[in-house]
Design a protein around this ligand. Sequence first.
Ligand SMILES: Cc1cc2nc3c(=O)[nH]c(=O)nc-3n(C[C@H](O)[C@H](O)[C@H](O)COP(=O)(O)OP(=O)(O)OC[C@H]3O[C@@H](n4cnc5c(N)ncnc54)[C@H](O)[C@@H]3O)c2cc1C
Length: 194
Amino acid sequence: MKVDYAIIGGGILGLSVAMHLGQRQPGLRVVLLEKESRLAAHQTGRNSGVIHSGIYYAPGSLKARQAREGNRSMVAFCEKYGIAYAVCGKVIVATQQAEISRLDQLLARARANKLAVELLMPEANKNIEPHARCLKGLRIPSTAIVSYQEVCTKFSQFIEPQGGVIRLNSEVFAISEREIPPLDTRTRLSLALA
Ligand SMILES: Cc1cc2nc3c(=O)[nH]c(=O)nc-3n(C[C@H](O)[C@H](O)[C@H](O)COP(=O)(O)OP(=O)(O)OC[C@H]3O[C@@H](n4cnc5c(N)ncnc54)[C@H](O)[C@@H]3O)c2cc1C
């Protein structure tokens, strides 16, 4: 099987790359190789299902920008394709005096990252999360929850109609590199599948 791109791993990263390659360059031959018998069987399918806001990242960093944009685009994707999600927000609390300055730094960071954020005093927090006691808290309304397994199922549904191939039960156990003979200077990788 000769392909333009072989992607190893059918978690959210591999599936997203395969989907986007096919969308950007129709006609590309893309194969996604997954060792398990189903997609999203590892981290992606077992994570906490949070669509993060990016509050923790350094203002101006690529991570901060991508988390903010990723939050919006993931919610928009779920909305467009009918995947259940909830923009439930998140509270971060300081339970001890010593944590207050760290919370204040996070507040400054959130503002620098242009994230909507609310400062909460103990009474206000009680109404949102009655089980959390705090001296001070932050509420970030954009944090959301979703099943990334469902997101992956939707991603996978785009790949094959675009001409891509998903091969389950296909573990890559070796990669060898060799030069392609004349006229083509690219390096070809051959994959050994289990
Ligand atoms: C406990 C926990 C909670 C988390 N919570 C969140 C959260 O709430 N929100 C969030 O955004 N992120 C969260 N993350 C991070 C997030 O889950 C990961 O960043 C993301 O799932 C990584 O996706 P991936 O596709 O790189 O990896 P994976 O989902 O692990 O996919 C890798 C795939 O590659 C396959 N594979 C491996 N080796 C081979 C091989 N040799 N041949 C073929 N296939 C192979 C595996 O079977 C697997 O399916 C959490 C992570 C953890 C550990």
